[in-house]
Structure formats: C-alpha cells, structure tokens
Design a protein around this ligand. Sequence first.
Ligand SMILES: [Zn+2]
Length: 368
Amino acid sequence: MLKAYRTEIRPSDEQAVMIHKTIGTCRYVYNLYLQKNKEAYKADSSFLSGYDFSKWLNNEHARREEFAWIKEVPSKAVKQAIMNAETAYKKFFKKLASFPCFKRKSDYGSFYLIGTIHVKRHLIQLPKLGKVRLKEKGYIPSAGVRSATVSREGDRYFVSVLVEEQEACKKKSGPSEGIGIDMGIKMFLYTSDGEHVANVSRSNQLAKLTKSLKHQQRKLARRVKGSANFQKQKVIVQRLHRRIRNIKTDLKRKTVLKIVKKNPQFITIEHLHVKGMMKNRTLSNAFQQIGIGYFTDWLKVKCAECEIELRRVDRFYPSSQICSCCGERKKMLLHVRTYDCEHCGMSLDRDWNASINLKNAKDYTVLV
Ligand SMILES: [Zn+2]
C-alpha cells in the first residue's frame, strides 16, 4: 500500500536557490512543450509526443549555450514536467478538454523526484539537492520511500513523499466495544467513553492568531498593490493563514487518531445536515470554525485503513432527547447543557448522553 507523507523542509540558501531554479525550469519546459504542440497543430494538425519533445530538448535545445541551465536541474523533474504537459495536452488533442493553461510565474510551484531518496530522522536526501533538513523530525518513515515532490509556498518549502507500507494498523488486542461520537458547538466532540475535545476556536492561541490575522489583513489592504511592501505583507498574511489552518487540521487529525487507536468494533457518528445548518447564521459561523466536514472525511480514511466499521445514524435520530440510561424521551432545548432524567434520575452532560445514544443506535448506514 502506498501512503503519502507531507512535511515542511528547511533548505539551506543554496538548496532554496536550486528549488526555485528547478521549479522555474519545469515551468519553462512545460510551457515550451505546449507551445511546440500549438505550433505543430497549427502547421499540420500533428502531435508532438513527450518522448520526441524530450529527445529534441536534450539533443538540440539544451545543447545551445543560452539554454544550458536546463541541464543543471534534476533530470527526473524535467521528465515529469514533460509527462504532465503531455497528459494535459492529450486531453485537448482528443477533444476532451480545452487547451491547457500555460504556467505562470508565481510564489507557488512544485516538482517531482524519483531515484535515490534516503530519509533519516532529521533529514531527507534528494537527488541534486542533497541532504535537506526536515522541520518535523521522525515523521516520515525511513524505509520504503518511492518518490518525492518538493513544493514551495511563498517563503516555505515542503516535501511530500510516497512510501510503500506494510499493513498500517495491526490489530493488537481484540476490539473493544463501539464508540459513539457527538459533535457540537461548545465541545468539538464528546465520545461515549467520556472523552471530550474542546472546540479549537475557543483556544487562546487561535484567538490571538485570528486577531493578528485581521490586523495584518487590514495592513495589506493599505499597501499599494504589487509594490515591494505589498509583497512582504502578503507573505506575512499567508503565513498566518497557514498557521491557523495547520493548528486546526492538526487537532482534528490527532483527535481521529486517538479514537481510532482504541480499536473499537465500530464508530457511530451523527448525520449532520451541514448545508442546512449553514443557513442558520449563528450556527454556521461556529460550524465553519470547527470544520466538521474535514473531521468526518479524515475519520473515514482512518476507519478504512484500520478496518473499523463507521456508522452514521439517520438524520432525524433524536440522540440528544433520549435518556441513555432508561430510554425515556423528552424535548431538550439547545441551551440546556445537562440531561436530567425525571424517570430514572440520571444526570449527565448533554453531549455525553447523546454520544452514548449514538453508540447504542440500531438504525444506521454503514459508511466504511
Ligand atoms: Zn432515564
């Protein structure tokens, strides 16, 4: 099974220059292939294959002194850029798509590498670039790396590697019972075994970052578009956006992992009618902050990987109105945070009670 790992790298100045150069060359070659095909198409409706283009590029074009720089970057990256261009152009040639876009110069770009790639805890060794420091140590497995894609996002650099892995999750002990997950606004989620995770937007760190983002965005709006100061400010805003996104994503992934690691027999989630909720303005803001869609998607991925059955109850299942102890049912208004059962005397946090009901639900759809 192939698995992708993406993480930030810290290239040296020299390596950063090489990364920029490679991205630039790949863009040039990609565009040149499209240009050549455009000319061939106009002349006699013929098709120039990636293979023929590659031969011409290496044996004629790049031999000329003014284009010698093409040979200075990793050849695999150039080859892949040609292949990408060919794939895009073929779609047009077969009339499946419109003419592909020429790539424009920007702060973003990437290239693909294959060949000798070694990973150690703190560094990754890549063709032509050499040893590049990894920001997150020990994240990428050291064995089985097949290929790597290096990308640039403004002033930051990332590597995404494909790793051949043996079975991802070994069943250690026998599976425990199922888990129900209630997702809400106050608490991001509550599980039937009593775990709860607070909503990230309530964390101090994130509140500070969001405030700072607003401030920096206002500053950006005052800058003259395209000026050097504008560019500098843009990088600051981009960086803040990314930090906020990363914190949120990280929390969701960690939460999913924590639940999956318990190796439950099944996991039951609610059917959240997200689109309907978005119409309700106070609720919608809270839900966008939480990003329940992303959480559910990631949960699906991990459940599939670990062979855990993922269930989703019916949209109208009244998980918050039932007493998880005796089964009595009563109306629960949104602001009432504790479920107090008049019938059996149970008193439990509203969301916790709901998550137990979800676990016990009998009507559900199996998602994974
Ligand atoms: Zn009761």
